[in-house]
Design a protein around this ligand. Structure first.
Ligand code: T4K
Length: 409
């Protein structure tokens, strides 16, 4: 462990880790079981197109979420696009800017105007109190996000949607295995979309699923996932190729068998971070509601420069030099990414909380590739930096000046 600011790798010390520690290292379990499924799949020569593994995976997902229909797809982005089209959304949709850009792209690619709504300071999710003032005669839906798997305000959102005749959908990319008042994610709004990307709590390499209790909607989604084919030669709707492959379902089924271990590991990491970062000025770790089911997939800290003495980006540079690849999820906010930045140049003025959170947020490594030893070292680096912030700040400024001088031709 390092004991002095000048020992930090950014100032020439050896990095704390010889190999990079990632935020999104995939959870990989039981290769033998996975390969057995893949071998049987190869023997069957049924590799995709609603195969038996996909059907089994969908049934397991529906059982776990206590939901009538789960439609597996090749990724959550296409899942969102299909759902938006299948629900017939038009005009404008209320959506947070503080999300992964896929949420918003799924609207924009279908010529639907994303109307950015600010988030709650503590929830990081869309702030229902701000929705009504954003509604226009063209608004057709609210697309909310269960960010970090923390589910908030669903009954207020449902009430708002009902009063204004809007469709309520959720991007539940982070929320598989999470609940709200005992109800599992998947069961809220008209439908929800999970992501099973490699970096997610439950991973199918690439993948996702749409969960809904609406049988008609589920039927339309199944057609649309497969080009609109109802039968060999009969195309009855617009559609695309959003099918999940059998090998992805094999990965998903195998991962489901180990999910308790992933939760236990994520939870232990989160608790250890909470202990180590407790009372660290300017560093706030986002908590999970222990009365609910949580996947603890993200370790999210907010860095308040006034408390730390360094800003989030300086802290991130220090961590990267130590081979701790902390990530700025989500920065800079979708409204500052193209094409939204050019389309809505006034958006930053309407989104003060989003602006602030985007400038402070940092994700720390967790998951099964990270254990107590790694968390202890990361915690000690953060504490050292905060304890010696004035000195570290001076050294950082000197380092920046020196690198400017050396880069002058
Ligand atoms: N809605 C929300 C709220 C989302 O967060 C996402 C996706 C979506 C919708 C769309 O879901 P999908 O269509 O992807 O199913 C990553 C993921 O690619 C993305 O799925 C995820 N959210 C987002 C939060 O994170 P990037 O561009 O930051 O990924 P990348 O390549 O930088 O990887 C993240 C870290 O993980 C890196 O440090 C490297 C490490 N990594 C990554 C992969 C793929 C590994 O160690 N191994 C790997 O195989 O988006």
């Amino acid at each position: 462990m390092k004991s002095r600011g000048e020992d930090l790798a950014i100032f020439g010390g050896p990095p704390a880790f010889s190999e990079a520690l990632h935020v999104g290292r995939p959870n990989v379990f039981d290769r033998a079981r996975f390969l057995d499924r893949v071998n049987k799949m190869l023997d069957r020569r049924w590799l995709t197109n609603d195969g038996p593994l996909v059907q089994e995976f969908e049934q397991r997902l529906a059982d776990i979420c206590a939901i009538d229909h789960c439609i597996a797809v090749c990724n959550a982005t296409l899942g969102l696009e299909l759902l938006i089209r299948a629900c017939g959304l038009t005009g404008e949709v209320i959506v947070p800017s503080f999300t992964f850009v896929a949420t918003v792209h799924a609207l924009q690619t279908q010529s639907i105007v994303p109307h950015f709504c600010d988030i709650g300071r503590d929830t990081h999710s869309i702030d229902p109190r701000r929705i009504e003032r954003s509604l226009t005669s063209r608004t057709s839906a609210i697309l909310a996000v269960h960010l970090w798997g923390r589910i908030h305000d669903v009954e207020i959102l449902a009430d708002l949607a009902a009063r204004h005749g809007l469709t309520l959908l959720f991007d539940a990319a982070h929320a598989f295995g999470c609940s709200y008042q005992g109800v599992s994610a998947g069961g809220f709004g008209r439908a929800e979309v999970f992501s099973f990307h490699a970096t997610k709590f439950l991973n199918t390499f690439e993948g996702g699923a749409i969960a809904t209790n609406d049988g008609d909607l589920a039927g339309r989604l199944r057609l649309m996932r497969n080009f609109g084919f109802r039968d060999f030669d009969s195309v009855v709707s617009l559609g695309t190729n959003a099918k999940m492959s059998e090998v992805s379902a094999a990965m998903g089924l195998t991962a489901l068998e180990s999910l308790d271990r992933v939760v236990a590991c994520n939870r232990a990491n989160h608790e250890q971070y909470a202990e180590l970062l407790n009372n660290l000025p300017g560093v706030k770790l986002l908590a999970y509601d222990e009365t609910e089911s949580c996947n603890y997939q993200y370790v999210v800290v907010e860095i308040d420069e006034r408390g730390v003495g360094l800003n989030r980006d300086e802290l991130m540079r220090i961590l990267w030099a130590e081979n701790v690849l902390a990530r700025r999820y989500f920065f800079p906010g979708c409204h500052r990414m193209e094409p939204y930045r050019a389309l809505y140049p006034e958006a930053p003025d309407r989104l003060p909380v989003t602006e602030q959170v985007c400038s402070r947020v940092l994700q720390l490594p967790t998951g099964t590739a990270v254990g107590p030893d790694e968390v202890a070292v990361i915690g000690s680096i953060l504490r050292l930096v905060v304890d010696e912030a004035p000195k570290v700040k001076r050294l950082l400024e000197k380092e920046s000046r020196d690198s400017e001088v050396t880069s002058v031709p």
